[in-house]
Structure formats: C-alpha cells, structure tokens
Design a protein around this ligand. Structure first.
Ligand SMILES: [Fe+2]
Ligand SMILES: [Fe+2]
Length: 171
C-alpha cells in the first residue's frame, strides 16, 4: 500500500482514543458495516485534527451519524420492531448528547469534541457488537435485503414484534 492511501484511510492509523477497526466490529450486514467504517474514519479524523479545526469535521460527523442511525431505525421499522424499541432509544440519546457538546465547544470548552469522540469510540465498540450485530442477525433471519431495503417475503414479519433491541443482551 502506498503512503497516500495509508494516510487518507483514518482507520489504518488510529489516533489515541479512536476506533481501532478490526473484524470484531463486523456485524454480518455489508451495508451496515460500510456505514460503520465511515463512522470510524470520520471519528478518527476529528481526533487527528487540532482542536481549533475540529468543528466543521464534527458537523459532518454529526450529520453522518443522523443518517447512520436513521438507516438502522428504518430497517427496524420495516422488520417488526416497535417504534420505542431500546436500540432506537439509544440512538436518540447518543444523538442528543453529540448535539449538546457543540454549544460547549463554541463557548470555549474546545476539548469537548475530542472527549465526545473518545467516549463514542468506547460506546461504539459495545453497540456494534450487541445491538447492531443483533439487528443484522434479525434482518438476515427475516430475509430483509439492506441494499434494496425490501423483504423477500413480507409475510415473514407480519407477526413479528420486537420491543427490545434483538441482541443477546436485551430481550
Ligand atoms: Fe450502527
Ligand atoms: Fe445502532
């Protein structure tokens, strides 16, 4: 691999407290995993940037995370999860926290974006392995294609009701 591609791939050089990408983070759903690689790259890029230049990158990361979570929430809705399931609730909580640190940064607490990214890296490790991996397994079990966002046989989810997150740690 040449030097240029190595330095543009933020997942290869993990900054302190960032997401060290590895196979343990794979969920089994290729589209979800692709979104997660982008999440890790954006997060690592912020941590590798001096505090003064982080805000525009953080805004991009925030929008990407809104889309990332909305994508999973949409898939849950399409496959039998209740609107108030705990995976969706966790997404909302994380997004609210991510949004709230922008005001702190703007009022002079410029270390806040790095702190948030480090906390998110730790959170993501568990979330990907539990709630997201559980969702990927559920999508596969009901025959949902995450690329076309369609069900091979809609009757397979007609009687499915999931109010937890579908992972082994949450019933
Ligand atoms: Fe995710
Ligand atoms: Fe998730």
């Amino acid at each position: 691999m040449d030097r240029a591609s190595a330095t543009t791939d933020a997942t290869l050089e993990t900054p302190a407290g960032g997401v060290a990408w590895s196979a343990r983070l794979l969920t089994g759903d290729a589209r979800m995993d692709g979104t997660h690689v982008e999440f890790a790259q954006l997060l690592n890029q912020i941590l590798a940037t001096p505090e003064a230049g982080q805000l525009p990158l953080y805004q991009t990361f925030l929008q990407h995370t809104r889309d990332h979570f909305a994508q999973e929430d949409r898939w849950m809705q399409a496959t039998g999860f209740t609107v108030d399931n705990c995976h969706t609730e966790q997404h909302q909580m994380v997004l609210e926290t991510m949004q709230s640190v922008v005001a702190h940064y703007q009022s002079g607490q410029t270390e806040m974006l790095s702190r948030m990214c480090q906390a998110l890296a730790e959170w993501f490790d568990g979330h990907a392995a539990s709630m997201d991996a559980g969702l990927a397994q559920h999508l596969s079990s009901v025959g949902f294609d995450s690329v076309s966002e369609t069900l091979a046989d809609p009757s397979r989810v007609r009687h499915v009701v999931v109010s937890g997150c579908g992972s082994v740690s949450c019933s």
